[in-house]
Design a protein around this ligand. Structure first.
Ligand SMILES: C[S@@+](CC[C@H](N)C(=O)[O-])C[C@H]1O[C@@H](n2cnc3c(N)ncnc32)[C@H](O)[C@@H]1O
Length: 212
């Protein structure tokens, strides 16, 4: 992940992967998201996904968030750059581990989706536990928790590149790593999610949605 500001005074960050995965993720979201409602994105990073998805899904209010102040500033800069200032709420500085999530009233207890892209392998497993448990409490019945990223299946990596990526993550932080899909499924089930959708994505990623 590279992140650099375009110029002094412009707080927009650029995460190159977002340019590659944005369109395929949007295609799946088009089938999984409702036409209208409140979507909370956690770990929004640069905000490039957030503005792209707000444009693509105009009936939705896309609430971006991230614990990192620079990332929140970037999200807001992208919102301004995209001319979406009057349309999108300001990003929330939200760490998924800090529960209950402090959400604005409009999005507090009846979310229509929670979206987490490329978070759970690059954070401690505790983050995933908080994400799934809190989403289970905040989502409307039938509304999805959508998670995108690399996964192991049946205890094995699904590609050599994922295995190398896993090793590089673990060398950067012992708590990080490509997760087992089955561990996530078991966690979701423990938190009351009963339905699951799964999509194979480019570059050996998966997109999974849980609802109840
Ligand atoms: C690999 S980046 C992904 C950003 C963006 N979703 C994307 O796909 O470009 C991981 C993001 O997770 C955020 N993050 C790390 N720990 C977090 C936590 N505990 N709660 C919420 N977000 C977290 C980081 O600040 C960072 O923006």
């Amino acid at each position: 992940m590279a992140d650099w500001p375009v110029s002094e005074g412009d707080r927009r960050l650029f995460f190159p992967a977002t340019q590659r995965n944005q369109a395929p993720i949007a295609e799946v979201l088009a089938h999984w998201l409702p036409r209208q409602g409140q979507v909370l994105e956690v770990a929004s990073g640069s905000g490039e996904h957030a503005v792209a998805f707000q444009r693509r899904f105009p009936g939705i209010t896309w609430q971006a968030s991230d614990p990192d102040q620079d990332h929140c500033s970037s999200v807001q800069a992208w919102i301004q750059h995209a001319g979406l200032k009057g349309r999108m709420p300001r990003p929330l500085q939200l760490d998924v581990r800090t529960r209950p999530w402090a959400l604005p009233l409009a999005a507090s207890d009846a979310l229509d989706a929670v979206v987490a892209i490329n978070l759970i392998h690059i954070a401690a497993w505790e983050c995933c536990e908080s994400l799934v448990a809190e989403a289970a409490q905040r989502l409307k019945p039938g509304a999805p928790l959508v998670i995108y990223g690399p996964f192991r299946r049946g205890g094995v990596h699904i590609s050599e590149s994922n295995e190398a990526f896993d090793q590089s993550l673990r060398s950067r932080c012992a708590d990080w790593g490509v997760r087992d899909l089955e561990s996530l499924e078991s966690l979701a089930s423990d938190c009351g999610f009963t339905e699951q959708r799964l999509e194979l994505m480019p570059a050996n990623n998966l997109m999974v949605a849980f609802s109840r």
